[in-house]
Design a protein around this ligand. Sequence first.
Ligand code: C2E
Ligand code: MG
Ligand code: MG
Ligand code: MG
Length: 285
Amino acid sequence: AVKAGKRGSYEFYDRKMSEGLAERRQLEADLRRAIERGELELHYQPSIVLKTGEIAGFEALARWRHPERGNVPPSLFISIAEECGLIHAIGEWSLAEACHQATTWPEHLKIAVNLSPVQFSGPDLVGMVRGVLERTGLPAHRLELEITEQMLLDSGEATLAILRDLKALGLHVAMDDFGTGYSSLNYLRSFPFDRIKVDRSFVTGLGTGAQNAAIVRAVIDIARVLGMRTTAEGIETVDQQRVLALLGCDEVQGYLFSRPVPAAEAKALIGRWCAETQKAETMAA
Ligand code: C2E
Ligand code: MG
Ligand code: MG
Ligand code: MG
């Protein structure tokens, strides 16, 4: 199980895993109710353009505050939702909520939403996404869907066809957690991703050895040749930011800039951040 961390949720996770299946079933029932009662929430983490320091957009990340147990990490409740099929409801809800939020932001900001592999085997993913875009009025080009290569593992032509139909709506597709699977490079041949998100594990090691920097450099170079943009996730130190700037990474995300925050805080952050960038521009002029 996951090591006990600073946050109570991980200890909770540990305990749950040892208590086993019955607990998981209980959580499944709780999750079902949570959706009905609106206990799920989205938090938003900004993505920063390295060259300019401007906010490019936000990634929506699901949060569940259980009335008795406190925060349940998405690593746990998303996997439960995937097992029992609730992921379809959660996926549509989070997409709609995130797209709606984005319509209240300045128009140049994009919204990134994570898709579960299970959603690809469900009913009419493309129709669901098209419907959400129509209902919320968000222009498709402001939406980026993130998928992990795990999704592509057992994917045949059917998955690739769905991906192509999604892209045909005008939205963007990013490969999340790049480098953590077995065949990351292979998938770059099968599908024209718009963006590669370099996994946090490589970023974390950036300061501590030549290997990680070499790998990140290679990924960024490949992305450039293929015409894809790059985002590095999990930036926590200024040193990591400096190395990524040298390597030519396009965007960065991480606690160094902001943790994922509730919608209201994301709006406040947009206000503050834009004011500061404008001030910096005025002073530079
Ligand atoms: P992800 O899509 O790769 O999201 C990035 C994760 O890294 C988030 O964890 C975020 O809070 C965390 N993170 C961001 N910056 C830092 C940093 O500087 N340091 C560290 N240590 N962590 C950082 P989170 O929110 O716990 O989500 C975990 C995973 O759960 C996500 O990974 C994503 O795969 C999945 N997930 C979250 N929300 C959803 C959702 O609405 N739908 C689906 N299908 N999956 C979701
Ligand atoms: Mg993601
Ligand atoms: Mg990621
Ligand atoms: Mg990740």
